[in-house]
Design a protein around this ligand. Sequence first.
Ligand code: X6L
Ligand code: MG
Ligand code: MG
Length: 171
Amino acid sequence: MASTQTTVYLALGSNLGDRVAMLRGAVEALRSEGDIRLLAESAVYETAPVGGPEQPDYLNMVVAVATLLSPDALLERCLAIETAHGRVRRERWGARTLDLDLLSYGDTERQTERLRLPHPRMAERAFVLVPLAEIAPELRVGDNTAGRLAAQVDRSGLRRIGMLEECGGAR
Ligand code: X6L
Ligand code: MG
Ligand code: MG
């Protein structure tokens, strides 16, 4: 075999515009790329904003994909999908129509200016850990697992909405 697919976890977030449509569009865009396969998706959570200026609540979810793309190539796809969904980068940690973050890429560890893997703040953020633990409880996060960290994290800012397909009239 010339090469092997890597399992990648991606965090999705939206707090501007039709948030459900943004998440749907992102998942559809990922699926429609011939070189990315969707393996699993978490439920959608409505979450209180963390960090940054005052801003609307987010919808967050996590997906697992398999791909032959390099981390840099996958990052480029993610940024292009954000832009296609109207993302405009204004202030740091500000509101956005769509955010697509690489959480981990197989066992890859790297620290470049553009891309740090695994995501350095993943273990502290309930809006990432809780959906991640739904689809990958055994995934190593630092010295721990997603499931154990999610069991300990403060969930007070999170409300589970349901699977994306079932997010009927939700904005
Ligand atoms: C102290 C200082 C503690 C800063 C935390 C945490 C900053 C997270 C930025 C922080 C701090 C972030 C989302 C969000 C953002 C999201 C929700 C960020 C970057 N993205 N809140 N805040 N969901 N609920 O996707 O993650 S901005
Ligand atoms: Mg983010
Ligand atoms: Mg981002």
